[in-house]
Design a protein around this ligand. Structure first.
Ligand code: ADP
Length: 605
């Protein structure tokens, strides 16, 4: 009951959305349905009514009427039947071609809409399995399973045209062989019952398949993704990946098998009903013809009318079920579009000039996690200050940055910028404050220039400036198409594969180009060679200038370049001060780590 109500609501909402989208984006789609409707009416007249007149004329000739008198009429009906058929087919062909073009257009439109929404979604959902599942349901629901706008509106059109056909042929039947109507209706109810069961089984298995599909697509994608080529080969991971893919195929096969076994019973039910209904109908019309209650022409007309009535009624029921099914699939797309906002949005503008950052008793645990990863963080970063953040792996350094960038909201306490809780700022304004290079930054298969500026309308001089700062200038000048060289070979054979260090420098260039007042570098030198690393340290002041900078690094020698150091341990900031202060703390964490690294470097030398 609850499920039915839900389905009804989803159907209504989706239908409204689809009709509105079609009307706003491609109103000519409704013109296509009008053409199809006219062609359909012509075909029904040609199939149901005209053969009766032709048949009656032929029977007259066969039973001895003068051929000369009736031949002209026979030829007229033959011509009319052929002519109507031809025009109707032509109209249908034009309409179906136009429909395919529309389908393509809407497919792309929805894909773009989905991608746009996925990119705007609050960050926390990108790490949320439920949201990822919903994205997959939306992607598949709007395309394959529902057929999108065209699929759903065509089902709706089929239903409307079926209603028109039913009204027409019902009049014909009532006037010639009225008992045919209850026989067909009874048959139809039974078919509808089996069909509804069939659809329910299909929807159930679709929901079960969604998660498997996500895992399967991920594995298949990784298997053919060249950028994983080195890891796949060197770690011999292909076998494990193939095994996962096999297991996925096997699990999906099991679901399909159970589904088709359950569906079999429904299909048999439909077959038996069809046979019974046809037998009874023929018996009844044949009886009327033998008793000469109806003519031979009427007999043919009743047979085709019965078949049209059945098809029409079936068209309404299955059409409606089809609409409900398609709308329920497509509703996953609407659900994704309405994915709730994870972070509350403020409306304050960020003031110009210097910015002071404050963490006040900040504690945080990830959504769906019981354990706090940060506890009672208190910290003030003055404008222009360079802060180094250190700590062992998993100490919460990156999480600290994610909170500052407001990719997640704090669980307790608050973060202030210029004395205002960051939750009160508008998202766009707030994000403009930061240039961040994350440890797991991503470059795209676009040109170098586009990877830095996210636009190709930028002068080479502007790019020169940031590349010189990040140390990539010399290498970039040697690229075959300069700054227009594509990264990776996905779209261009001449595309370049940058080394780890070059990629990192590209990411740093991107951050510098953004020119935001607060620069955050999360282990920016991890992939750099010692010379490049030293270069980054040496030029750190030039790199970030007077901007506020937060610098996460494992190499403690880099901390000397920063004004202050925050040492993260046991989920909080355990030590805080300048290098000279921290190094003097007896048994101190920083002093210990510094000592260990210094020894390593000394012994390595
Ligand atoms: P660090 O940058 O110091 O290495 P992180 O901030 O990445 O540490 O991680 C701190 C803790 O938070 C770790 O225990 C890590 O497993 C956990 N963590 C990181 N990201 C997530 C996430 N998206 N969901 C749940 N836990 C997470």
């Amino acid at each position: 009951m609850e499920q039915n109500k839900k389905q009804e609501r989803y159907t209504k909402e989706t239908l409204k959305f689809m009709i509105k989208t079609a009307w706003q984006k491609r109103p000519s789609l409704f013109g296509i349905y009008l053409i199809m409707f006219v062609a359909q009416l012509m075909q029904k007249v040609q199939i149901v009514i005209l053969p009766k007149f032709l048949m009656d004329e032929i029977v007259l000739i066969v039973t001895g009427a003068p051929v000369k008198e009736h031949l002209g009429t026979v030829l007229f009906y033959v011509g009319l039947i052929c002519g109507i058929n031809l025009v109707a087919n032509l109209l249908n062909n034009v309409a179906s071609q136009a429909q395919s073009v529309m389908q393509e257009w809407f497919d792309e439109y929805f894909q773009e809409l989905l991608a746009e929404h996925a990119m705007k979604l609050d960050f926390e959902y990108t790490e949320d399995p439920e949201a990822l599942n919903q994205l997959n349901l939306a992607k598949e629901g709007i395309a394959w399973y529902s057929g999108g706008v065209v699929g759903i509106l065509t089902s709706l059109y089929n239903m409307v045209s079926s209603i028109t056909v039913i009204l027409g042929v019902s009049v014909v039947i009532l006037l010639t062989c009225p008992l045919l109507l209850p026989i067909q209706i009874a048959g139809l109810f039974l078919i509808a019952f089996f069909n509804a069961k069939n659809n329910a089984i299909e929807i159930e298995s679709y929901n079960g398949l969604a998660k498997l599909n996500r895992v399967f697509s991920y594995v298949m994608f990784q298997l053919v993704d060249f950028s994983y080529g080195k890891d796949t080969r060197l770690y011999d991971s292909a076998e494990m990946m193939c095994e996962k893919a096999d297991r996925g195929t096997e699990d999906m096969g099991k679901i399909w098998l159970t589904t088709s076994r359950r569906q079999c019973k429904c299909v048999w039910g439909m077959d038996v009903t069809n046979a019974l209904r046809d037998g009874l109908s023929y018996f009844y019309i044949g009886y009327l013809a033998v008793k000469r209650v109806i003519s031979v022409g009427d007999f043919t007309m009743c047979v085709t009318a019965a078949s049209e009535l059945y098809q029409g009624m079936g068209g309404i029921v299955t059409g409606w079920q089809e609409i409900v099914k398609r709308c329920n699939y497509a509703h996953q797309f609407l659900k994704f579009l309405e994915y709730p906002v994870a972070l509350c949005k403020g409306d304050k503008a960020v003031k110009e000039g210097e910015h002071v950052i404050e963490f006040e008793h900040v504690s945080f645990r990830y959504p769906r996690s019981e354990e706090f990863v940060l506890k009672d963080i208190n910290l003030k970063i003055a404008s222009g200050e360079h802060l180094s953040v250190v700590g062992l792996n998993g100490a919460g350094k990156t999480t600290f940055i994610k909170l500052l960038c407001r990719l997640y909201d704090v669980t307790e306490g608050r973060i202030l910028i210029d004395g205002v809780d960051i939750r009160e700022y508008t998202e766009e304004e707030y994000r403009k404050l930061f240039s961040v290079v994350f440890q797991d930054f991503k470059l795209f298969a676009f040109s170098l220039k586009e990877n830095i500026a996210f636009s190709d309308e930028i002068s080479d001089e502007e790019i020169d400036k940031v590349l010189k700062l990040s140390g990539l200038y010399e290498d970039a000048k040697k690229l075959p198409k300069g700054y227009d060289t594509m990264l990776y070979k996905s779209f261009d054979e001449q595309g370049t594969e940058l080394s780890g260090g070059q990629q990192q420098k590209t990411a740093i260039s991107r951050a510098l180009y953004k020119d935001a007042p607060i620069v955050i570098l999360d282990e920016p030198t991890a992939a750099l060679d010692p010379v490049a690393e030293y270069d980054i340290y040496r030029h750190f002041d030039t790199l970030v200038g007077n901007k506020t900078a937060i610098y996460i690094s494992h190499r403690l020698s880099s901390c000397k370049f920063c004004h202050r150091i925050a040492v993260f341990a046991d989920k909080t900031i355990k030590e805080y001060g300048t290098h000279d202060e921290l190094i003097k703390i007896p048994e101190g964490i920083y002093a210990g780590m510094f000592e260990a690294q210094a020894q390593y470097f000394v012994s390595a030398v």
